[in-house]
Design a protein around this ligand. Structure first.
Ligand code: SIN
Length: 285
């Protein structure tokens, strides 16, 4: 596709691009079509200097699909579609500070996540992203053969491995504002089995599908699975597969959870406030 309405500035060699020349509050269909193509090509896209009211952010999100509601975390009272991620000085817990892909514990995980910055630290608080197409493509052919038909077991809470404290309420204890948002998931499923190698439904490319929610490989003993999961989690976040985004007030990021892992960096002690919307996805195959 030729991009005529937007300008694109890649942020690293392997994923991520800043999209310029766009006011997301006043988006026409042609510009959106180019943004959508750029998103599929770069897997995570960024915008600067946006001025979005909550309803305008929700409208932009809805262009990508239905809103996905976080089963464990309550959204804003007046806009439940938006989860406010907030960290105050003195808080020790940082939401999302481990490599993961969003809502992997759901049988139909969120396909995309949009994060919009309202308040940012003077330094630190960046987010990192890693290209999972490359994570798959750089494996040897014998390893691809081993992984091809394996399935992962993923959970949303009660972690056996990976994220420190087992339960969400305990993990969030040192960030009271985030802890106050925790809710019971009710009948929303929070465990799921997914292919370890998935095919992107829009690009047709294969990618590795693994993250902090992954607890086991289906049918494996735990110690066998741990060895392989540890290798794959290290491999899939190799520095050359990643990019890193420095937030400013008014920045917006949109990433594709079907082919990207991400993590928030916990390297600051100032207020940071972001508005996050996730977009519903399909069952991975
Ligand atoms: C997330 O994992 O959704 C949050 C990322 C961030 O706050 O940078």
């Amino acid at each position: 596709m030729n991009f005529r309405r937007i300008a694109i500035e890649p942020v690293s060699g392997n994923l991520g691009a800043i999209i310029k020349g766009v006011d997301l509050a006043k988006l026409d269909d042609e510009t959106f079509a180019e943004i959508h193509q750029a998103w599929l090509k770069y897997s995570v896209i960024f915008f600067r200097d946006q001025k979005l009211r909550p309803l305008q952010q929700i409208d932009f999100a809805k262009r990508f699909g239905e809103i996905h509601f976080h089963p464990y975390m309550r959204g804003l009272d007046d806009h439940p579609e938006i989860l406010e991620i907030i960290k105050e000085p003195g808080d020790e817990y940082t939401f999302g500070a481990v490599w993961h892909t969003d809502q992997m514990f759901n049988p139909e995980p969120a396909k995309a996540t949009m994060l919009y910055a309202h308040e940012v630290p003077t330094s630190g608080g960046d987010t990192q992203f890693s290209n999972q197409y490359l994570a798959y493509e750089t494996l040897s052919e014998p390893m691809k053969g081993i992984l091809e038909n394996l399935k992962t077991f993923n959970v949303g809470d009660g972690f056996r491995r990976g994220v420190g404290k087992v339960n969400r309420k305990d993990r969030y204890a040192s960030n009271p504002k985030m802890q106050a948002k925790i809710r019971e998931p009710g009948n929303v499923p929070t465990e799921s089995v997914h292919p370890l190698v998935r095919t992107h439904p829009e690009t047709g490319r294969k990618s590795l599908y693994i993250g902090s929610h992954t607890q086991n490989l289906f049918g494996f003993n735990e110690n066998e699975a741990d060895t392989l999961i540890d290798f794959l989690r290290n491999h899939s976040t190799r520095p050359e597969f990643t990019c890193r985004f420095r937030w400013e007030v008014g920045s917006l990021a949109l990433w594709d959870n079907r082919c990207v892992q991400h993590q928030a960096l916990a390297d600051y002690n100032e207020r940071r406030r972001m508005h996050r919307i996730t977009i519903a996805g399909d069952e991975p195959f």
